[in-house]
Design a protein around this ligand. Structure first.
Ligand code: FAD
Length: 459
């Protein structure tokens, strides 16, 4: 006999908990199932722990640069990795425990620990228990992809989850993958004091970004002593006593890099391989992403997919926005759509990259008439005062409609500054609205109107 619910949420990522509580608050009988730790990737192995570790790494970086600011530190800087990890664990625990308490204290909501697998389109099995519902909301997330690199089975390696248990300083960390996750760890460990090499298969770092962004990111990281090996098109691994040798076929430099530890950061795969999607008849693409429409409905009536597992976003804010879209459509009669949202994210190296809308390359490809402005961070008073002038800000505007098409802001505070642009894009207002705004001095954002006053045709 199956236990009957009105709705079952699978996974406690960034969409599931809020949706489960919202549904339960309407009086529905709801269950939420979690196989590991409450809060999923963001809370336990992603955003929160990495940004907490990055804060420790930045403290070390600023302390090392103290002399630049006229501050004398009399003994050498030392990093206590056990304390760094303990601080991270405390921040994570607070979020995860808080979430668990919230769920367990919600009326009409049953929290079930275990791995859920569909038995058919109306029932899931968790261990020996069969649960039935009219509606299912899948929020199972993704995990690190481990490609079949040559020799990978001969060596031990770290991924973003196992990195969370590290409480020692790797002597030489080799990071495979020069994109968002890999670069955050690379700079963090360099600042903790490790030797760091980034091995990237492509011709440049963060290949989805414009070339000038990739080049600047590389300059910033190399400036801190991180070695970067691009065009590594035949990556292989070999054990060398207690060390790991990574083969890289690069255009210049040694063919082998030998390190003490290696971190794989080469993309993510959805957690749909062990969910029984085939039993429920849920359509997935060849990489395992659940196929959804603009309201996040799968092909099976009553089953929805939210967050990283639907391939429509790979961020906490896209997953949470998925929750808002599903709740709006189901409960509020508000027909919100995935296609209403504007691309927005940050790369949390220091200084960060804040991104909104189209890249310059995408604008060029679209063939439309556009205007562009670019401003180096050396022209930003706030950056000069802080002694952190790396990066630049770039914005693109439609020449006819005057609407902002996109922006790439690489510089101090740019993960925050980008929102001044993003909000005007959401308001569907012309760029002249920000250009005429009076901003506060001395901030980074005050230079956005100045930059917009220097727009030129995109040649
Ligand atoms: C290192 C790193 C740093 C990141 N930094 C950022 C950042 O700064 N900003 C940002 O926006 N995003 C960041 N992300 C991405 C972000 O973490 C994810 O996009 C976000 O967590 C959304 O995930 P989700 O809601 O899809 O599910 P997840 O958070 O992945 O949660 C899914 C949950 O489902 C559970 N589950 C899976 N299968 C089953 C099953 N069959 N039965 C029961 N439970 C199951 C899992 O245990 C997990 O708890 C980062 C990711 C990584 C890896």
């Amino acid at each position: 006999m199956a236990t009957k619910f009105d709705a079952i949420v699978i996974g406690t990522g960034q969409a599931g908990p809020s949706l489960a509580v919202r549904l339960a608050d309407t009086g529905m009988k709801v269950a939420i199932i979690e196989r590991k730790r409450f809060g999923g990737t963001c809370v336990n192995n992603g955003c929160i722990p990495t940004k907490t570790l990055i804060a420790s790494a930045r403290a070390a970086h600023v302390a090392r640069r103290a002399g630049d600011y006229g501050v004398t530190i009399r003994s050498p800087i030392a990093i206590n990795m056990k304390k760094v990890k303990a601080r991270k664990d405390a921040v994570v625990r607070q979020s995860s425990d808080g979430l668990q308490k919230w769920l367990r204290n919600t009326q009409n909501l049953t929290v079930i620990k275990g791995h859920a697998r569909f038995a058919d389109a109306h029932r899931v099995r968790v261990d020996d228990e069969l649960l039935e519902a009219d509606k299912f909301f899948i929020n199972v997330g993704a995990r690190a992809s481990i490609p079949t690199f040559r020799g990978i089975d001969q060596v031990s390696y770290l991924d973003n989850s196992t990195m969370m248990a590290v409480e020692f300083l790797p002597e030489h960390l080799i990071v495979i993958g020069g994109s968002y996750v890999g670069l955050e760890f690379a700079q963090m460990y360099r600042r903790f004091g490790s030797e760091v090499t980034v091995v990237e298969r492509g011709q440049r770092l963060c290949k989805r970004e414009d070339e000038d962004v990739s080049e600047n990111v590389q300059t910033i990281l190399e400036g801190e002593g991180i070695k970067i090996r691009l065009n590594a098109d035949c990556i292989g691994f070999e054990k060398r006593d207690a060390r790991v040798a990574v083969q890289v076929e690069c255009t210049r430099g040694d063919k082998i890099v030998i390190g003490s530890h290696t971190l794989l950061a080469v993309g993510r795969v959805p957690n749909t391989n062990d969910l029984g999607v085939e039993k429920a008849g849920i359509e997935v693409d060849k990489r395992g992403y659940i196929q959804v429409d603009d309201q996040l409905r799968t092909n099976v009536p009553g089953i929805y997919a939210l967050g990283d597992c639907n391939g429509r976003g790979a961020f906490t804010h896209t997953s949470y926005n998925d929750y808002e879209i599903v709740a709006a459509n189901l409960l509020d009669g508000d027909h919100r759509r995935v296609s209403d949202r504007i691309t927005a994210y940050a790369l949390y190296i220091d200084p960060p990259l804040g991104r909104a809308g189209m890249t310059e390359a995408e604008v060029r490809k679209s063939g439309r008439k556009a205007l562009i402005a670019k401003l180096p961070m050396t022209q930003v008073g706030r950056a000069r005062e802080r002694g952190e002038t790396d990066g630049f800000m770039k914005i693109l505007v439609d020449a006819e409609t005057k609407k902002i098409l996109g922006a790439s802001l690489l510089g101090i505070e740019c993960d925050e500054v980008i929102h001044s642009i993003l909000d005007v894009m959401y308001a569907n207002a012309p760029y002249t609205v920000i250009q005429r705004a009076m901003h506060i001095h001395p901030t980074v954002t005050e230079l956005i109107p100045t930059m917009l006053g220097e727009l030129n045709p995109l040649e």
